[in-house]
Write a protein that binds this ligand. Structure first.
Ligand code: ADP
Length: 203
């Protein structure tokens, strides 16, 4: 973390929303979310990093999940959970974001990927969850659009449900971090409620 990318903390109805630059495989939370593909059998980007850090048992656990149709263990917008094995996180929630096409088709699927992951965390009684920028790598979702969808979905969820204590966005590149920061400022301006938590370096 540098002075240009401080951790941003926003309090929402008793929960903490955190935005930070970092490597999600290092996060000691109840669950980290994997931006996977429909096979759940590993890939590049954050998926590859999570499988390397978790160890080979993660691939075995994914393989053991039932296919809903040939080659598909998790349709786009849905989520599945496995243990975290060698990760500091207890669980991995695997979700599949859309390959970006256009806002009308892609936005509902990206929101569904975030929402399904949050629902699964709550179903398992988890309190803290960390997300990467789903669909923002190989799936080419424009960063500013993805950031706004991600934040709106998480903020709406935290306002509706009170089980989660902390949701973190752990963003791997400064450009991604800045997109999330811009989107948060925009939503804070619209909301006019919720307050920056004490100690936040955000302004
Ligand atoms: P997708 O196929 O959903 O686009 P990618 O893994 O290609 O998934 O990219 C999703 C995001 O994950 C990108 O913003 C990429 O920079 C980021 N990323 C890659 N490695 C890590 C990591 N170790 N921790 C957090 N984010 C990561």
């Amino acid at each position: 973390m540098t002075t240009e990318t401080p951790e941003i903390v926003w309090g929402i109805d008793g929960a903490r929303l955190v935005i930070k630059l970092g490597d999600i495989t290092k996060e000691a939370v109840d669950a980290i979310v994997n931006a996977a593909n429909q096979t759940l059998l590993g890939g590049g980007g954050v998926d590859g990093a999570i499988h390397r850090a978790a160890g080979p048992q993660l691939l075995e656990a994914c393989r053991a999940l039932p296919e809903v149709r040939p080659g598909v263990r998790c349709p786009t917008g849905e989520a599945r959970i496995t243990p975290g094995f060698n990760l500091p996180a207890r669980f991995v929630i695997h979700t599949v974001g859309p390959v970006y096409r256009d806002p009308a088709r892609s936005a509902p699927l990206l929101a569904a990927a975030y929402r399904s992951s949050l629902e699964l965390a709550v179903e398992h009684g988890l309190k803290s969850i960390a997300f990467p920028a789903i669909s923002c790598g190989a799936y080419r979702y424009p960063l500013d659009q993805a950031a706004e969808i991600a934040l709106r979905t998480v903020i709406d969820f935290l306002r509706e449900r009170d089980q989660l204590e902390e949701v973190r966005f752990v963003l791997f590149t400064p450009a991604t971090y800045r997109a999330w920061e811009r989107a948060l400022r925009k939503l804070q301006g619209e909301a006019g409620k919720g307050t920056l938590a004490p100690g936040s370096t955000g302004t």
